[in-house]
Design a protein around this ligand. Structure first.
Ligand SMILES: [Zn+2]
Length: 153
């Protein structure tokens, strides 16, 4: 997964991230984030039928709060290393496009399902993100090169 961050040189911070786009992100986590004034990032896999997913309205409500950023987690929650390049490219690009459509903002972050990826997938994500930024409102020229390795809880 990667994301652009403002690094606080001597500070400590926690990033709250949620994968898969479960509806309970809205029902349970979002009220807590609102209460605490924290921010969180949710990675959507819009064609993953195995989960009770966030609705478009829930996504838009959270987006408009300014407390939630949405990223992509492929279309169908696929292990990219098990796909050929064309299918992997589609999973990445189409999911970033879908996230941008749902939120009205460029999709700037991506989480690899199962944490599985190869170098070529990183390049596909970079290209798709820049493409998403060009197609959306975006902040021109923002670089998307930060990486975050996460701990599951
Ligand atoms: Zn996942």
């Amino acid at each position: 997964m990667w994301k652009e961050w403002k690094i606080v040189p001597s500070g400590r911070f926690v990033a709250l991230t949620f994968d898969d786009g479960f509806a309970d992100n809205y029902e349970e986590a979002f009220p807590l984030v609102q209460k605490c004034g924290a921010k969180m990032t949710i990675f959507l896999a819009p064609e993953n039928s195995a989960v009770r997913a966030l609705s478009a309205n829930q996504i838009q409500t959270m987006q408009q709060s300014g407390l939630v950023e949405f990223g992509s987690h492929t279309l169908s929650h696929s292990n990219l290393t098990s796909l050929d390049d064309s299918a992997a490219q589609h999973e990445i690009r189409a999911s970033m496009d879908a996230a941008a459509r749902l939120t009205g903002h460029a999709c700037r972050c991506f989480a690899y399902p199962f944490g599985r990826f190869e170098e070529k997938h990183m390049q596909m994500v970079r290209e798709s993100s820049m493409r998403s930024a060009r197609k959306s409102e975006s902040v021109p020229g923002r670089k998307l090169t930060r990486w975050l390795f996460r701990a599951s809880v």
